[in-house]
Design a protein around this ligand. Structure first.
Ligand SMILES: [Zn+2]
Length: 332
């Protein structure tokens, strides 16, 4: 080990000074190494009892903060929160993180990301789930269950490849029954006609599930949907929005899905309404209930929109909450 003491540091500085004066270069390798220009693969493993889980990064989108990104506060306050979180000025960054659970007998992917069809359009910002699964050594053909939390595009679009083929051809696709009921109702679709965003969301659900209508498995809340994985009712973000408890032995993690969007905004300020919450009052009540439970249990919480690898703990902080990200663990 190099002994870094003051004498060595001074000697080094003197040598550098001499080199500068004489024009001699210090004797270090100085070839121009090509820069990589790409990010490292985004996958991170953690254990829950005997289960091996992998956080799979689908990417992150940075976009100008929409006028009503936080629907119930003045935009200046939301911009200030963005600045406090060191997001690019006037912008907001939203990450996306599906979770892969290997129970030992089943390989389960919880949510699928934005889909490879969006990879090029976003210049590689999102739609990375397939390549990060590959980097993690996972063959999509081996995924037994695709377990969906709700039907927003960033969670369901990865069900299909760019050409429309199924990304996980051998997987059973499991959907929240309530979510299915809401989004497949012709009445609800008709009511959404006047709202461009909602209309597009209905059309997207139709496109993604075309031909799968009779094949999806609808699950209920409060049930063990896969051995070791229990669905938790967390409505509000969408009518059938679902979180999951993944449990093995004495260990448990809560996969919160979108109980909050980015924690810097909506965990710190649980009464702020992100524009994507469809029933904002219910979503707000759900947030308090869910995080009061998670904080009391000192549960590990995984958030789809947390910063990768999206694993941490939630602490109560007065009427607010705080996320304490878990330290990177080099062994699992
Ligand atoms: Zn989402």
């Amino acid at each position: 080990m190099t002994n870094l003491n003051r004498r060595h540091l001074l000697a080094g500085a003197a040598a550098m000074g001499a080199a500068a004066v004489t024009g001699l270069r210090p004797t270090v390798a100085n070839a121009a190494t090509p820069q990589a220009g790409t990010q490292a693969p985004g996958f991170y493993r953690y254990k829950v009892g005997s289960f091996e889980c992998t956080s799979i990064n689908d990417g992150a989108r940075t976009f100008p903060m929409p006028e009503k990104f936080v629907a119930n506060i003045p935009k200046e306050e939301a911009l200030a929160a963005g600045e406090a979180a060191y997001m690019p000025k006037g912008m907001v960054t939203v990450p996306f993180n599906p979770q892969l659970i290997n129970t030992g007998s089943k390989l389960v992917l919880i949510d699928t990301g934005n889909g490879v069809a969006n990879l090029e359009a976003s210049k590689g910002a999102v739609g990375r789930t397939m390549q990060n699964l590959q980097a993690a050594g996972v063959d999509p053909k081996n995924i037994d269950v695709v377990l969906l939390s709700h039907f927003h595009g960033d969670h369901i679009n990865g069900v299909r490849l760019a050409d429309g083929a199924l990304a996980f051809p051998n997987a059973e696709v499991m959907v929240p029954g309530k979510e299915w009921e809401f989004w497949t109702s012709e009445d609800n679709a008709a009511k959404a006609e006047s709202n461009q965003g909602l209309k597009a969301a209905f059309a997207n659900v139709k496109k993604i599930f075309a031909g799968l209508e009779s094949k999806v498995t609808k699950y209920e809340w409060g049930k063990e949907v896969v051995p070791g994985i229990t669905s938790i009712a967390t409505p509000g973000h969408t009518p059938g929005h679902t979180s999951f408890a993944v449990a093995s032995g004495d260990a448990k993690v809560l996969i919160q899905s979108d109980v909050t969007n980015i924690p810097e905004f909506f965990l710190r300020n649980p009464d702020w309404h992100v524009m994507f919450d469809m029933d904002a009052a219910t979503a707000q009540a759900t947030r308090h209930k869910f995080y009061d439970m998670a904080a009391a249990e000192k549960a590990t919480v995984v958030g789809f929109h947390f910063t990768f690898p999206a694993v941490g703990h939630v602490a109560k902080d007065g009427a607010k909450y705080r996320l304490i990200p878990s330290a990177w663990n080099p062994t699992i």
